[in-house]
Ligand binder design. Structure first.
Ligand SMILES: Cc1ncc(COP(=O)(O)O)c(C=O)c1O
Length: 484
């Protein structure tokens, strides 16, 4: 396929049929490669020469044949997978990518709609997906929502909404710096770093993010929450937002959402829930489903489709109880976008009025394909399986002479240290070495975190491909390294 011969004027090919065949071949090759990679190493380190070459290659001034570009991709990019598609990847909180989303990804690229607004099919699909999520998470009909790149982006929006709810919409113009005594936000010591980032990016300042201690089940202590909020009020500061956890990144813990709702009502505060992965326990079996009780009472909920239900990246969402308010915060329509409700310019309300982006991708189609293909029952079974695997791993660690479970898993996350090493520094050094050595071995991937002063390994059961035998293999590989 020669660029010069087939692209006389624009960027499209001269021969569409050839593209059709090449795309089908390429898709088939990618599926084969994915399947092949599942029995290969989880991760391989990209060679330094390659990293150097990629860092130094000049801007390609003249185009090259598509075959040559594909060949570069085959050699330089594809072999160095992140590993998250592999069943023995338990690092961080990364989805493996379901195959229904892959069909959607292709369709999204070829349809290439801008879902900022207007009257076309994609807008209605995103509305439908949001309506389904409202139903699943128990949000009322008047709620609104928007799909985002992920929970970090959704949390950022939620914090802005909460601040404008507290201060009034005239502060959209005046800015937070004129808003008088500091606004105060509260979350537990288990809150995710994306909350700090968003609080800082919103100009509220992380000095005003009050970190509340947790109980022995890693839940925010409600008595301490109430106490610090009252103290702040007494000092003339302004509590405006509590961010509750539905699934903490370190321990998979769930706050008592009903209790937080009561505190928010007493203090006239917005309640936001970070449900990045944990919100999906809502569709799992008992006892995990019950952990999400009270999520339906939140003023806003951030959650990811690209984690526990394996929609391909990037795909998160925000639901907002008061949809009308949500729209009023973000609605700005200059002349060239002004609503006039007709033809392609119709389709109100536009999604650009519910977030920061004007141009938006059609990520809703990935959710739509996944919901329709697997059904909520199928996705729910996958979430239940993740939680069951966490229990399985915990049980496996408990009988290990080299590993030590930190606590019984609450949802889909397990943390563990090394048994029999009393010296903290030695333990921490050794576990960091072990984690890297296991990753380099290609046999499995766990990641690290900290519990108190202790570095510990952390396993997140976010990959829908993982099975019990993958856990057995991963633990065996770790134990083997630990004996060396
Ligand atoms: C509890 C929690 N909140 C927020 C995030 C951030 O989500 P995202 O990576 O989709 O921005 C994560 C990511 O792992 C998380 O686990």
């Amino acid at each position: 396929m020669n660029g010069e011969a087939t692209q006389p004027a624009g960027l499209d090919p001269g021969d569409w049929q050839e593209i059709e065949c090449r795309l089908a071949e390429f898709a088939a090759e990618e599926v084969r490669e994915l399947q092949r990679s599942l029995s290969g190493p989880v991760w391989r380190e990209p060679p330094p020469e390659l990293i150097r070459a990629l860092a130094e290659e000049p801007v390609p001034r003249d185009g090259e044949d598509l075959d040559a570009v594909i060949e570069r991709y085959r050699e330089q990019i594809r072999p160095w997978r992140n590993g998250n598609t592999h069943p023995r990847f338990f690092g961080w909180v990364q989805g493996g990518g379901n195959l229904a989303s892959v069909f959607a990804d292709l369709a999204i690229s070829l349809l290439n709609p801008n879902v900022g607004g207007r009257e076309h099919g994609a807008v209605h699909v995103e509305r439908e997906v949001i309506r389904w999520c409202c139903e699943l998470f128990g949000f009322p009909a008047a709620a609104s929502g928007i799909l985002t790149t992920g929970t970090s982006a959704a949390t950022h929006l939620a914090i802005q909404l909460a601040a404008f709810r507290h201060l009034g919409l005239n502060y959209k113009k005046r800015g937070f710096f004129e808003a008088g005594p500091p606004l105060r936000c509260y979350c537990s010591s288990e809150g995710h770093s994306s909350i700090i980032k968003a609080i800082e990016a919103c100009g509220i300042g992380s000095d005003h993010l009050v970190v509340v201690p947790v109980d022995d089940r890693h839940r925010i202590r409600i008595d301490r929450l109430r106490q610090v909020m009252e103290q702040d009020r007494a000092q003339g500061l302004r509590p405006f937002l509590v961010i509750a956890n539905a699934g903490t990144v370190n321990t998979g813990a769930f706050d008592d959402l009903h209790a937080i709702r009561r505190v928010c009502d007493e203090m006239s505060c917005w309640m936001h829930v970070d449900g990045a992965f944990g919100a999906w326990l809502r569709i799992a079996d008992a006892p995990w489903k019950e952990l999400t009780e009270g999520i339906e009472t939140a003023d806003s909920l951030a959650f990811d489709f690209h984690k526990l239900i394996s929609v391909t990246y990037e795909c998160g969402g925000l639901l907002v109880r008061d949809g009308d308010f949500h729209q009023r915060v973000y609605s700005i329509r200059p002349d060239y976008l002004a609503p006039h409700g007709e033809a392609l310019a119709g389709g109100e309300p536009w999604f650009c009025d519910f977030g920061l982006e004007l141009s938006r991708s059609f990520r809703a189609l990935k959710v739509w394909f996944s919901f329709r293909h697997y059904g909520i029952e199928g996705l729910g079974r996958s979430v239940t399986h993740a939680c069951e695997l966490a229990r399985y791993l915990a049980a496996r660690i408990e009988i290990s002479e080299y590993l030590e479970l930190c606590q019984p898993p609450i949802s889909s996350i397990v943390t563990f240290g090394l048994a029999g090493i009393e010296d903290l520094e030695a333990h921490n050094w050794r576990i960091e070495q072990l984690s890297a050595a296991l990753q380099r071995s290609g046999k499995a991937v766990f990641s690290l975190t900290r519990q108190g002063d202790r570095r510990v390994l952390r396993a997140s059961m976010t990959n829908h491909r993982s099975r019990e035998q993958d856990i057995d293999a991963a633990v065996a590989a770790l134990e083997e390294l630990a004996t060396r």
